[in-house]
Design a binder for this molecule. Structure first.
Ligand SMILES: *Cc1c(COP(=O)(O)O)cnc(C)c1O
Length: 221
């Protein structure tokens, strides 16, 4: 496989993000690019950092722990955990992450709250919604979303920044993005993490404020 030109890919994605925002009547800088570096080596992250990228996403806490903490001394960046989180990984996640995008159940909320107390770190939180009701996917169900969002707002206050979803593969993502945007507005949540390499422009048209792009930057996995 060819080595991807990470800096060039980032430039291209940034242009497409700005253009999609403008086309949607939004500010060109309204959308933050989260560069998803899962399965890619630390060198790939370093190349992205050199290209000015400062926000990264990783699925697995353990992989994030080997790749990112050693970089903190020399670089400043925000690391997002974007994969389903086991309760027994909550403390590690709170230690390594600046944002956890996948809060999806009361027991995980308990574990994260306890971990924040112990670690003295308070990453921002997003609630993941399983908008397609897929059994293998993490995320609170549509039916339970309103109640869970309300509980987490009460418990975490402003730390709860918004909502995240991963629509079912191969389906039109639009209705999923629209549903999530509607819920965020209803609850007064400003951050909407939705859209990946294949559909981030559609997500931006629907109101995404964060897009999570992996393969279009770092190459296929
Ligand atoms: C892997 C992943 C992405 C990035 O997917 P690409 O199609 O490579 O852009 C975004 N969000 C989540 C939750 C992921 O697991």
């Amino acid at each position: 496989m060819d080595t991807p030109d990470i800096a060039e890919n980032i430039r291209r994605i940034r242009d497409r993000i700005a253009n999609a925002a403008i086309a949607a009547g939004r500010q060109p800088d309204a959308v933050t690019l989260v560069a998803v570096s899962k399965t890619k080596p630390q060198d790939a992250v370093l190349a992205a950092l050199a290209a000015g990228q400062t926000v990264f996403g990783e699925n697995r806490v353990q992989e994030a722990e080997t790749k990112f903490p050693p970089l903190r001394a020399a670089h400043s960046f925000n690391l997002h955990i974007i994969g389903g989180l086991q309760t027994n990984k909550a403390r590690d996640a709170v230690r390594v992450a600046d944002v956890i995008e996948t809060l999806d159940r009361p027991r995980l909320a308990d574990a994260l709250a306890a971990a924040m107390q112990k670690e003295g770190r308070r990453p921002k939180l997003l609630i993941e919604v399983n908008t397609g009701s897929e059994p293998q996917k993490s995320g609170v169900s549509r039916d339970d979303a309103d109640g869970f969002i309300g509980d987490c707002k009460g418990r975490f206050g402003d730390l709860l920044a918004g909502l995240m979803c991963v629509p079912p593969h191969g389906e039109d993502p639009r209705p999923h993005f629209d549903w999530l945007a509607n819920r965020a507005a209803k609850h007064g949540l400003a951050t909407l993490s939705m859209g990946m390499s294949a559909d981030f422009e559609i997500a931006i048209a629907a109101g995404a404020t964060w897009v999570r792009v992996g393969s279009a930057i770092f190459g296929s996995r």
